[in-house]
Structure formats: structure tokens, C-alpha cells
Design a protein around this ligand. Structure first.
Ligand SMILES: [Ca+2]
Ligand SMILES: [Ca+2]
Ligand SMILES: [Ca+2]
Ligand SMILES: [Ca+2]
Length: 381
């Protein structure tokens, strides 16, 4: 074919036109949705390339290079960033030391938030699960703070950074100051996908255990006539009426309470509070003695507890009333050689002596055991 032939030139012109139209169409691909733009195109001045090739204006055409722009979708292999996770533990710091100790459980239902570093933007929020764990997701690497909301009135945050530098065992929330409730700012580096050491110790408010008003403790209860003097409360051995029984402190310098046995030989003393005490029994009349102590094979309900001799003559040993005890009934006294009939009539009520402090019980055993004023009737025998 002759390159200068009219037909060939027409073909070339058509190809150029098509190529240009294709390029224009490609470059304005989104534009077809805009009718105005589409309408403008035909009215624009035709580019030079549109100039028809004519026999008069052009000489022989040896070579025509047609450059058709090719638009390919450029695929840049940028990694879609994995949103980093932040966690993970809110726990009940029962000893309040700021360490995650064995036996300190997680707390569920605690609101945990992710904030920007300047605390002006709440980014994410979640709630701890049944184990006290939480996960917040940050949008990407950067600087953040975690905030924890105290779950109940009176709760406090544990002291921060108290695990000797072990970030997995400490608490990271500021318990006071301008950043109260927030961690310090931490940075998530671009290559980090998860951090699990942002923890919060909470010292739960616990209703204080009400201090129990000590219930006065009753101490009793039996003074009996140990007929066979064996130190055991045997069948047929009666109680002794009218015997003075006292409650003393352990060191025997303070008389606390005093009473007198009833017709059945029973008595009750009242200790104001739990503590260490001694009971003292005053021999009613001259000639009466105490039974041997602790002779019932360990049965404290059947023996006598008064020292019949020695430095603590007339007293029991020290016994302790524990805080949970409201009554003890095993402090007993066996008396020997109790006269069968009342001797002298009641001449005086020895209440006055009760207030006198015996200065030295130890060095006057005989006197202690035989109070000269004690002449109480042995009635009811
Ligand atoms: Ca702890
Ligand atoms: Ca930590
Ligand atoms: Ca006996
Ligand atoms: Ca006893």
C-alpha cells in the first residue's frame, strides 16, 4: 500500500483519533458521571494532533509513531497495620501492696479505657471479663494512656510500680495526682502487635468489721463440801452456801468482782472483758481447808481448781477468757472439814474488805486462807 494513499492516511488519522479519545476517556474515567464535563469535551479546541493529514500540508510520511498511554493500576505493597492490642489485668489487691500476689483474684466488670497521651480523646473502652482481663485495641502505633474507672465508692488504686521493676506483676495506674486513674504515657512502637503489662490493682473498700462490744463473761460456778477430801465432786457431796468468791486479775493486785455462793453452792462472777483472771475463794470458817486440786482425771467440771497451798493459796491458777467466750462454769472449789452446822451467825458483811487491795498475798498464806471476818452461816446442810 502506498503510504501516501488517501485511504491509508484516513486509517492513520482514525487510529490517532481513537487513541486520543481512549486516552482522554481513561484520564477522565470518573467524569462520565458528570454530564457537564462530558458536554464540554466536544467544544474544546481540537488538539494539533487532530489536524487532518492532507496532501497539500505534508510530505511523504516515512514513519508514524503512535504513543498510546497505558494506565496500569499501581500496586504498592504497603502492609496493612495490625491494630495493636493492649491489656490485660485488673485485680483485687487484697493486701494493698501493689503486687499481683497469689490469692488475689481479678475483678470483673471494671471499665477500662484507651486515651490519647494528652487525655483529650477517648479512643476505646471495654470492661474486664470474669477473670479480670481486658483487651483494648489501639488504632495504630503511637502514644497512649490507659484509664481505669474505680468500680465502687471507697475503692482505691494500689500504689504504682511496686513489683521491683516486674511490669507483669505491678500496677500501672496513678493512684493520685494529676493523672489519677490513668497510666503514664506509653508508646506502642510500629512493630508491636500486643502489650499485656498494663495492669491495675484495686484496693476494694470493705465495710469495717464492727468492733464487738465485749459481752461481760460469766464465771462459775460451784463450791462444794468434799466429804471424802479426794478433790472430786462425788454424788452426795453438797454445795456450800454463803462462801465468798472473788474475781481477781492475773497478778492478784486488783479485785474485780465478788459474790457469795447460793444455797446450792453455786456462784457467778462477771468479768468485764475477755482476758486473764484468777478466782479466789475465801475459807468460810477456821478449820476448813481446800481439797487437792485437779484430781478428776482432767475433767474440769468435776475437780477443784483452788490451790490448797503454796504461793497461790486460795486462788486458782491464771485462766484466760478468750474473746469468743461468754461463760465458763468449771471454776470450782472443794472445801474440806466444813462444819456440819452453822457456827457463828453472820456478824458482818465483808464487802468493805473487798475493796482493800491485798498488798502481799504471797507471804501471808495462812492469813489469806483464813480471813478473820469471814464467819458465814453454813445453812441448808
Ligand atoms: Ca498484693
Ligand atoms: Ca504492669
Ligand atoms: Ca469428793
Ligand atoms: Ca474445775
Amino acid at each position: 500500500m502506498d503510504l501516501r494513499s488517501r485511504a491509508f492516511r484516513a486509517i492513520v488519522a482514525a487510529c490517532v483519533t481513537l487513541a486520543l479519545w481512549a486516552s482522554l476517556a481513561f484520564m477522565t474515567a470518573p467524569a462520565p458521571a458528570q454530564p457537564a464535563r462530558a458536554q464540554e469535551l466536544p467544544s474544546e479546541p481540537a488538539p494539533a494532533a487532530w489536524t487532518p493529514i492532507s496532501d497539500e500540508s505534508s510530505g511523504p510520511v516515512e514513519k508514524i509513531t503512535i504513543i498510546i498511554p497505558i494506565f496500569t493500576a499501581t500496586h504498592t505493597p504497603t502492609r496493612t497495620p495490625t491494630p495493636p492490642n493492649i491489656g490485660n489485668f485488673v485485680w483485687d489487691d487484697r493486701d494493698g501492696d501493689g503486687r499481683q500476689d497469689v490469692g488475689e483474684p481479678g475483678i470483673s466488670g471494671v471499665t477500662v479505657q484507651l486515651w490519647n497521651a494528652s487525655k483529650t480523646l477517648l479512643i476505646a473502652q471495654t470492661v474486664t471479663n470474669a477473670s479480670g482481663n481486658y483487651t483494648l485495641t489501639a488504632p495504630g502505633p503511637g502514644d497512649y494512656r490507659v484509664r481505669v474507672l474505680l468500680p465502687a465508692l471507697g475503692d482505691q488504686f494500689s500504689p504504682k510500680d511496686q513489683a521491683g521493676g516486674d511490669n507483669l506483676l505491678d500496677s500501672d495506674i496513678n493512684p493520685s495526682g494529676i493523672n489519677f486513674g490513668f497510666t503514664d504515657v506509653f508508646t506502642i512502637a510500629p512493630n508491636v502487635i500486643s502489650i499485656t503489662h498494663v495492669d491495675a490493682g484495686i484496693i476494694k473498700y470493705r465495710t469495717p468489721t464492727p468492733t464487738r462490744t465485749p459481752t461481760p463473761v460469766n464465771i462459775g460456778n460451784f463450791v462444794w463440801h468434799d466429804l471424802n477430801k479426794d478433790g472430786k465432786q462425788d454424788v452426795g457431796e453438797p454445795g456450800v452456801d454463803g462462801v465468798i468468791v472473788q474475781l481477781w486479775n492475773a497478778s492478784k493486785i486488783l479485785l474485780i468482782d465478788q459474790t457469795v455462793t447460793n444455797a446450792n453452792g453455786n456462784y457467778t462472777l462477771v468479768a468485764p472483758v475477755p482476758g486473764d483472771y484468777r478466782v479466789r475463794v475465801l475459807l468460810p470458817v477456821s478449820g476448813v481447808g481446800f481439797s487437792p486440786k485437779d484430781q478428776a482425771g482432767g475433767d474440769n467440771l468435776l475437780d477443784s481448781d483452788i490451790n490448797p497451798s503454796g504461793i497461790n493459796f486460795g486462788f486458782t491458777d491464771v485462766f484466760t477468757i478468750a474473746p469468743n467466750v461468754i461463760s465458763i462454769t468449771h471454776v470450782d472449789a472443794g472445801l474440806t472439814d466444813v462444819p456440819p452446822f452453822p457456827t457463828p451467825t453472820r456478824t458482818s458483811t465483808p464487802t468493805a474488805t473487798a475493796t482493800s487491795t491485798p498488798t502481799s498475798t504471797a507471804d501471808s498464806e495462812a492469813d489469806v486462807g483464813h480471813e478473820p471476818f469471814v464467819y458465814l452461816p453454813m445453812v441448808g446442810r
